[in-house]
Design a protein around this ligand. Sequence first.
Ligand code: NAI
Ligand code: MG
Length: 365
Amino acid sequence: MANPSLLILAGDGIGPEVMAEVRRVIDWFGANKDLTFDVSEDLVGGAAYDNHGTPLHDDTMAKAQKVDAVLLGAVGGPKYDDLDFSVKPERGLLRLRKEMDLFSNLRPAQCFDALADFSSLKKDIVSGLDIMIVRELTSGVYFGEPRGIHREGNERVGINTQRYTESEIARVARSAFELARKRSNKVCSMEKANVMESGILWRDVVQEIHDAEYPDVELSHMYADNGAMQLVRAPKQFDVIVTDNLFGDVLSDCAAMLTGSLGMLPSASLGLPMANGRPKAMYEPVHGSAPDITGQGKANPIACILSFAMALRYSFDEGAHADLLEGAVERVLADGARTADLMGPDGGTPISTTEMGDAILAALD
Ligand code: NAI
Ligand code: MG
């Protein structure tokens, strides 16, 4: 059988720095676990603009459509701030998500015990936290028509439209139920069915998909504003949360920050199943290109390494390799390894990006 294929798009700023550490982890699996990837690399974002005058070349897009998974670093930076909107680095990322139809965005919020003191919440509220927010990514109010700003009489009016079709809700609901079956078998769906028709449809469709296809999964519904309160009050009551694009944007950022640094947060964006039965997929850290620390060896590579762990889990096996990698990260943190973003108020000496990579490889060994 052919090796699984990976396309690496390291991008801009600290993207290439953190991706270099992921490359070493990928090589480790090849050398030690009989899991060899066909890895290709290409440009995205500002790096692609500098070379091709576009943030994503058509050839790169075509490659992304063919591989088993895409790993992305980060895009953007001050150098590109004045570019026309049509060629901004972020447009490369948006094009990938759109053309690969990555409708299901997975954002875990997991508390590593060694970092529980970092949370803005009390340790016992976050200790052991492990939840997954599934955000619909390709529809909803960010995309609905009509939209725009127009004049009515002597004032301006701004319009965005929340629009969801039944099939758009059904496919992200399925994605959440499938995930739940691999976790604690529990899904909470969040919308505002009390004030939005799209929320009523959301609630109905999620319930219908549940009853017809996933009756074994425990399903509850919650208004999204209450969900925000519950996430801060008692986050451990949740396992998988499924919600729309707008609420998911806000709730996933909120949940993620329960657990600490941006340098720790991975994500996955999944689409429809491919011929191999696995979803079309792109994995990327939540953070951006961090121009303020680029080139200084300060970037924490863990967000990107945990994104690769998600790739192992959702694109390449049933989780044994992902468990191994996540366990190595956990041990390294427990042993006290800290990049600069993980230094508490007590100070200490931070290690570099490469030293964190060294520590994780040593823990894997
Ligand atoms: P950012 O995530 O790049 O940085 C925010 C803060 O977190 C900075 O102080 C940075 O040093 C720190 N930080 C981020 N990642 C870190 C890591 N791995 N280790 C240690 N510290 C880390 O967000 P910002 O500054 O708002 O945006 C910078 C550029 O990145 C902009 O051009 C923005 O458009 C782009 N961006 C790209 C994203 C992507 O590629 N998915 C997401 C967010 C922003
Ligand atoms: Mg956001």
